[in-house]
Structures are given as structure tokens and as C-alpha cells.
Design a protein around this ligand. Structure first.
Ligand SMILES: [Fe+2]
Length: 424
């Protein structure tokens, strides 16, 4: 028995216009040192799709951005991402350039500072085929690490892009069944590979499914540790629970173990085939014991949540705090969450009645040393006004009033991911 839910209603619905504003009204006081752009992206189909077959993940990409400068919000812009194939999942900065990303097919699309499409980019001819939406920057080297896949490959690839926006490593790791690999994680020693039971489905592809990946109970779930610069032959695989993981919060080495914090979905694309919901996703810690060869799991927070983010200065290192968006039934977006994983506590920032938060992005304060010394920035949808804001929270006063709220004249649909791209 399969089901669908609509990803074309409410704030899932696409917007129909590209908008450019001048200076935006702000409540509160924007920190002057926040000078840059808060960009995000999601699916926004140009032409009305057939609701019976439309998959949320496959709509044309639209990027949204707000520019902050010296305590002012100087513009909002939204633009469809051009360049050919659908690119709709993440926006990142590399070498002071802006890239829109998607997994499993298209190369990145470079955007101008004003979010116009410059064109597809294969990192100066160094990227061979598919890229990924989720990269993790090693703070020690500035290298971006990702794991790429494609339905036609008999392997997945660890791809490393240097700070100069050129691929400097591609290591192919054999895997059967062409699994979907949305994210990875890194530690100081390893890249973490997810080989979980959502795999390419030929029957679904032949039947015209726009996203032909299905839950595959015959595919043994496992997690691999590949040395950051070692050969595929050195991967160590660990038996994993039967589940699906879109996103990691972070991972790190801890003696003879590797700790991975992630959002676990009970299943994926087993019965609901046009979007990512098969029960509430929860925050877990997986500990891989290198001596014993075992993987153990512990629940960190069983409340529904997604879009986990950390202070990215700690990518691959032990972290104390994590941020996420609360999810209800049917991926209904909710408050912002701040986890203190050392104390095992959680703070909630309720955006107010009818207001739903999108992915939170942590921005450290310049010169700050405490892990949570900084701000959490998030787009928020206000259902009452059918319009969006950007809120700036003090990460150390997470449940308190926002430091500032930027009022947009339009709404920003629910979508996927984004970044704070500082000018300097
Ligand atoms: Fe993602």
C-alpha cells in the first residue's frame, strides 16, 4: 500500500515570481558584524506538476537570499536556478564563489553574488560526473569532503574539493544495489560512509517515477569508515540498524571509537513515495568501536526533528551543541531546537503562533571562543500573514526574543538547506 501527501499546498507550494527588494524593515537590532548573505534553496516547480506523481525532491531549484550589511538588511532576492538539470538542495560558498548543489547527477551551478545563474561548474574540469548536496569542510585543511553516487555506478565516491575549488581526491568504494547517499560526515581520521537500504529501483524508474529510489529490505544496512586520504581497500564496515539517514549533525574521533550524531528516520520511500516521511525522525548517537567492530546506538532526543546543524568550526571535532528544526507529523515544520549534548538538555525557540522555522544556521561571533557564542539565523514562515521573516537569535539566549527580525514582503517556501556567506 502506497500513499502520497501534497507537497504543493501551504508553504510547500511554489512561488510564481522572482522578486528583488530594496532595504527591508527590521524589528530589533541587527548585529553590525553580520555582513554577508543568508542564502537557502529548495524545490520550486516552474510549471504546475501533476500532483499524483510529483515528488518534492525533484522540483526546479529556487534560491533565496537576504543581504545584511552594517546593521541593515539591504535586499531580498529569489531566483530560479538555471543551467539545465534540476539543482535544488544546498547553497554553499567555496573560494568566495557561490554554488548551488544537488546530488546524484548534475554538477554544481555557480551563482553570482546577486543569485543569478552563471552556469554549471565542474570545478575547472576536475569533477567527473555527479556531485553531492552535502559537503563538510575540514577546519584543519579547508578541504570540502563529500560522498557522491549515481544510479549507474557500482560504487560510491569520496570526493575532496580543495579551498581553490578544484577536486583533489576521488576515491571509489564498491557498493552493491546503487544506494541513495544523501550526506556523509568526517572526523580527523575518517570519512563516514552511509550504505543504507534505500536503493535505485529499476521498476520504479521504468514506471516513470521522478525519484526512482525505494526502501529495499534486502539491502544490508552498514556504515563505513574510510581513512580521509586512504584507499578504498581500507574501508571498515559496521553493521547498522535498519533505517535511513539523510543528515548527520557531526562526527568525531574519541579514542578507539568514532561518534556520529545524526537524524534517524525509521524507514524511507517504503509507503510514502513522493516525499520524505515514514514516521518521525529523531536525533541519535551512533558509536563505532574500532577494536570490537561494533556499532551501538543511543537516543539523544526522540522528538521529531530534521535539518541538524552545528558550529562548523567544529566539523569533525567533538561538539557540545546542535541546532535543528522540530518536525511534526507529515514533516510539519515547528520551533527551532538547541541541544546541549553534554548536559542532555534541549532549549526550544517557539517562533510564535502559526510561525514555522526552516533550517537554522549558526554564525559564530567574531573573536568568540565559546561554542555557542554567536547567532542562529533562520527563515520563518508566518502562516497567518502568508509571508516570511528572517530571525536572528542569540545562541546563548536561545529561547529568548530574537535579537532581530527581518520582514520579507513575500514567503519563502519550505525547502532544504542554506548557508551564511560572509563577505570576508
Ligand atoms: Fe539534505
Amino acid at each position: 500500500m502506497t500513499t502520497t501527501i501534497s507537497f504543493l499546498d501551504g508553504n510547500f507550494a511554489p512561488v510564481t515570481e522572482e522578486v528583488t527588494t530594496g532595504e527591508l524593515p527590521v524589528s530589533g537590532r541587527l548585529p553590525e558584524e553580520l555582513t554577508g548573505r543568508l542564502v537557502r534553496i529548495g524545490p520550486n516547480p516552474k510549471a504546475a506538476p501533476d500532483p499524483a506523481t510529483h515528488h518534492w525532491f525533484t522540483g526546479d531549484g529556487m534560491v533565496h537570499g537576504v543581504r545584511l550589511e552594517g546593521g541593515r538588511a539591504t535586499w531580498y532576492r529569489n531566483r530560479w536556478v538555471g543551467g539545465g538539470e534540476v539543482v535544488n538542495t544546498h547553497v554553499i560558498g567555496v573560494d568566495r564563489r557561490t554554488f548551488a548543489l544537488v546530488e546524484a547527477g548534475s554538477s554544481p551551478v555557480e551563482l553570482s553574488d546577486e543569485l543569478e545563474t552563471i552556469g554549471r561548474c565542474d570545478f575547472g574540469g576536475t569533477l567527473d560526473g555527479s556531485f553531492t548536496a552535502h559537503t563538510h569542510r575540514d577546519p584543519a585543511t579547508g578541504d570540502l569532503h563529500g560522498v557522491t553516487y549515481h544510479w549507474s555506478w557500482d560504487h560510491i565516491r569520496h570526493v575532496v574539493v580543495g579551498p581553490d575549488a578544484r577536486v583533489r581526491r576521488e576515491e571509489r568504494v564498491p557498493v552493491p544495489d546503487a544506494p541513495m547517499v544523501h550526506d556523509c560526515a568526517i572526523t580527523e581520521r575518517f570519512v563516514v560512509l552511509f550504505d543504507l537500504p534505500v536503493t535505485f529501483d529499476l521498476e520504479a524508474a521504468a514506471g516513470g517515477a521522478s525519484l526512482p529510489y525505494r526502501w529495499n529490505p534486502d539491502h544490508p544496512p552498514r556504515v563505513g569508515l574510510l581513512p580521509l586520504s586512504g584507499p578504498a581497500a581500507e574501508v571498515r564496515w559496521f553493521e547498522a540498524p535498519s533505517c535511513f539517514v539523510f543528515h548527520t549533525l557531526n562526527a568525531y574521533d574519541d579514542g578507539d571509537t568514532v561518534v556520529i550524531d545524526l537524524v534517524r528516520h525509521p524507514r524511507m520511500f517504503a509507503t510514502l513515495l513522493n516525499g520524505p516521511y515514514e514516521g518521525l525522525p529523531s536525533l541519535e548517537r551512533w558509536t563505532l568501536d574500532l577494536a570490537r567492530g561494533t556499532l551501538t546506538t543511543a537516543t539523544l532526543d526522540d522528538a521529531g526533528q530534521e535539518f541538524p546543524r552545528i558550529d562548523e568550526r567544529l566539523t569533525g571535532r567533538a561538539h557540545r551543541y546542535g541546532y535543528a528544526t522540530a518536525f511534526g507529523e507529515g514533516i510539519e515544520h515547528g520551533p527551532a531546537l538547541k541541544h546541549d549534548l553534554a548536559r542532555g538538555t534541549r532549549e526550544v525557540h517557539d517562533h510564535g503562533p502559526g510561525r514555522m522555522g526552516l533550517e537554522p544556521v549558526f554564525v559564530p561571533r567574531s573573536g568568540g571562543t565559546a561554542e555557542d557564542d554567536g547567532w542562529v539565523l533562520a527563515y520563518v514562515y508566518d502562516a497567518t500573514e502568508d509571508r516570511s521573516d528572517v530571525v536572528v537569535l542569540d545562541a546563548q539566549d536561545f529561547a529568548g526574543e530574537p535579537v532581530a527580525t527581518i520582514h520579507l514582503p513575500v514567503r519563502v517556501p519550505f525547502g532544504f538547506h542554506g548557508s551564511w556567506l560572509p563577505d570576508a
